[in-house]
Design a protein around this ligand. Sequence first.
Ligand code: SF4
Length: 604
Amino acid sequence: MNGWIGRCLRINLTEGRHNIEEIDPGLLERFIGGRGLGARIFTDEVSPQVDPLSPENKLVFSSGPLVGTGAITGASCNVITKSALTGGLACAKMRGHFGAELKFAGFDLLIVEGKAEMPVIISIMDDKVRLIPALEYWGRTTVETEELFKNNLGDPWSARETYLVSIGPAGEKLLPLANLINDRFLPVGGAGIGAVMGSKNLKAIAVRGRHSLQVADGNRFMQVVTTLINKLNSAPLTQSMSQTGTAFLVGLCYQKGILPQNNFRRAPLPLRNIATDALNSAFALRSRGCFACPIACIKKADVKYSAYEGKGMAPTYLAIGSLGVNCGITDLTTIGMASMMCGEMGLDPVAAGGTLATIMELVEKKVVTPEELKIDLRFGNGEAMVEALHLMATKKGYARRLGQGGRALAKEFGRPEVFMGVKGHSLSPFDPRAIQGMGLHFATCNYGPHHLFAYTFIDELLNVHQILDPWEIGGKPLLVKEYQNTTAVMDSLGLCNWPLMGLKFNNYVPMVNSCLGTNYKADDLLFIGERIWNLERMFNLKAGFDRTHDTLPERFIKEPVPDGPAEGQVSRIEEMIPEYYHLRGWNEQGEPRPETLQALNLEV
Ligand code: SF4
């Protein structure tokens, strides 16, 4: 096959056995691969009512057909499961090299089911699949796990070619804020997935492969890839990404009042300390890219201070927003420490940062005192925040209560309105009052309020493909629908979405066709994206979500931004929802109409 391998590896941890299955070509045609194929198989095999932490829940790791072929940014592997945080479908995008290595080992898909009796690591070395006892790894951080596993291989070359995804202490303790970490320090988004992996007694998965992949028209493919690389290299925004990673967004979001401060209540503190030039002086940055990516937006950094020493990823926009400014912290070194602590402990930085911002507001409002918490969690106290992250991940001390997440915490203290999240998941650091389309996406996203499932800021903030005012709502429902569908199909092909800052979706089509030997037009692919979005929506509806969950916290609807560039703005979410539902072919309750499902050729 071209691009695809056509094989799935299924591992049952309860029975300690595995088998290799052929993938139905009809499914590849309708759902492509990656996120789409993973979601189709997951929703076919797992009940929406399943307890996320029970052996009946499954983990599907799914690489797209372009992954590993040399297609630009063809590196993405999606992890699908039922979330331990939201209770809905969870999808995490794994970057780096794991997804390509899974293909080189001979598999598009890995399905993990059941529960091991004792902690194990799955080792996939081509067709040789083993369950390795992992008691000596249990309790270790993600970095220690990777180092120990590679040392135990006893051969530096094998170690170099082996890629791991693992959980940290947070996943072992089944915290709903737990995520996965791959390639040593890359966070795999999707809070709650780490707890699902922990519930299966699965500490890590290691993969190495030597198969080669086939493309349909090699000459044409190389030609198109070269053109796209040249195009990307000359785009100003992707150049900014190459220099400082996603942190380049900090200044732009600040200028438009999008960057939240102190649990989304005030305009940001002075930019000086968190601007990208400050990033360069705070850390010696080194670039690293995912498989076949010319942008290399991942910035590695070392931190060596008395309170913390470690290596990891330099703060991204997400870390600076969620663990920094929204917790009142603008010291980049502290944010770097917090971000690396999340990586080592296997905590999702958005969910953990949102939880800390929630408790900080409760402390500010005197609902709970630092004395009761036994930790001084006030806005701006970075030292306490780093300590709290460690305590919550290891379920130690009073901070263990924080590990349940912001929504549960706010409810426990009788102040549910203080939690700034949707469907139980904290918001990514974009104030929805100052960027209306993103607010609509946050309210309607199948995976909780995460910007990586619709890059509306590319047009609302950066004005790359069209010039849209972030504070206006005109055209936003269509924009959101289109970005959601585009992201769904790109995730399914296995492509990173960030290059949309330099390329149009249409630009990818010749690369897809010359790789896969298909004749897709852009609209055909976007139609598949729409099918995938509706498939995910139907699972969540059956899991118990409804129209009432497609909204934002009252703060964004009723409290205007108090100061700064977006002063006076509120979210106009309720005005946008009816048009969005209409464009999607859903009824007033947000349910896909039968004729919509039929037109999408979707049985659910
Ligand atoms: S743009 Fe960044 S995240 Fe995307 S593939 Fe390249 S290095 Fe990875």
